[in-house]
Design a protein around this ligand. Structure first.
Ligand code: TYM
Length: 346
């Protein structure tokens, strides 16, 4: 049987990249899972703290994210849906893993390298680069590994940008297993599970991914965008001036991104979709993409509007999720501590 686990940061309403690249896959996995498979989906509040957060806004975002996950179809009776920060075992295991995590491996994380590069661009002297960043950003992937390993997860559905973190998780599991042998390896090595639409790109700069942190709000479509917001964002999407439509992610990233979005929203194959638009113009393509996105988001948006106001229900879901999550991680932590020589009899 499988243990499927994933997480998302509570940094505002998810965008189409989160939805098509990760969240829709969570729902699909929930539908196709065997009865004996375990599913855990978490809202990772501690990871959000690596960037400055306004406390009131974070509280609201954690709540909204829970409502979003329920709105898109995560069933709290089937899946364990919880806030990471409700289970202290994550941080406990994170510390333990940090004591076997090689600094060199963490330095090679592209997420860290891009933070460093950004600091370098804004800073003046080389030595100040690292000191401008907090240690949480550096340790981020270790906490993520703990999120996965504390439940002995075997499958982690995430977008493209998280693949390296899952590889690190495997490395840390393997180092732990070899360092603290016992009678059998403690942690399974988790598998990275990707969606067909691995990476949704920015509508304004199709050389980078659609992201929550981009200052240009026109670059992403949010789950809560109205039909007219969707239309105007798609209409303004950067494409190219080549005649006709072809799927060519290297040569025509903007056009190909629209095809990826259209295929994902209509649950069809991108090559087939591209063929159907071969002799069409960008105007037609954009019109149809906007329509497909609106059709795709309509139901979850309505559900979200309803669920986000049901605060008693949301609190109840969170409380039950935390209790069930802790039941599982408690067992792992006992085993971990026994191997480390930290188990006590009290
Ligand atoms: P986060 O919150 O940045 O993103 C949530 C999920 O959305 C995917 N994603 C995308 N997929 C396709 N195209 C895009 N433009 C795009 N942008 C984001 C991400 O790959 C992710 O799957 N570190 C994680 C959260 C995390 C986690 C975990 C995930 C913490 N602990 C344990 C899995 C297991 C993150 O920042 O995701």
């Amino acid at each position: 049987s499988r243990v499927i686990l994933s997480g998302i940061q509570p940094t505002g309403i998810p965008h189409l990249g989160n939805y098509l690249g990760a969240l829709s896959n969570w729902v699909k996995l929930q539908k196709s899972a065997q009865p004996e498979d375990k599913l855990l989906f978490s809202i990772v509040g501690w990871h959000a703290l690596t960037l400055p957060q306004d406390p009131a806004a974070l509280l609201a975002a954690r709540n909204d994210m829970l409502a979003v996950l329920l709105a898109i179809g995560i069933d709290p009776n089937r899946s364990i849906l919880f806030h990471q920060d409700h289970n202290p075992h994550h941080t406990e295991l994170s510390w333990i893993l940090s004591c076997i995590a090689p600094m060199g491996k963490l330095r090679r994380m592209t997420t860290w390298k891009s933070r460093l590069a950004a600091a370098r661009n804004s800073g003046s002297e080389d030595e100040v680069d690292e000191s401008m960043l907090n240690a949480g950003l550096f340790m981020y992937p270790v906490l993520q590994a703990a999120d996965v390993l504390v439940y002995k997860a075997t499958h982690v559905p995430v977008g493209d940008d998280q693949q390296q973190h899952i590889e690190l998780t495997r490395d840390l599991a393997d180092i732990f297993n070899r360092t603290y042998k016992g009678t059998s390896p403690l942690f399974p090595l988790p598998t990275y599970v990707n969606t067909p639409s691995k990476r949704i790109l920015s509508l304004k700069d199709p050389t980078s991914k659609m992201s929550k942190s981009s200052p240009d709000v026109q670059s992403r479509i949010l789950l809560t965008d109205t039909a007219s917001q969707i239309q105007s964002k798609i209409r303004a999407a950067v494409t190219d001036s080549i005649q006709g439509i072809t799927y060519d992610p290297e040569g025509r990233p903007g056009t190909s991104n629209l095809l990826t979005i259209l295929a994902a929203c209509t649950d069809s194959d991108v090559i087939q979709v591209a063929k159907a638009y071969e002799s069409q113009g960008h105007g037609t393509l954009k019109r149809d993409v906007a329509e497909a996105v609106e059709e795709f988001l309509k139901k979850p948006r309505a559900q979200f509007d309803r669920i986000r106001l049901e605060t008693t229900y949301l609190d109840e879901v969170a409380r039950r999720g935390a209790t069930r999550a802790i039941e599982h991680s408690k067992v792992t932590m006992m085993e971990v501590k026994t191997r480390l020589g930290l188990a006590s009899r009290v």
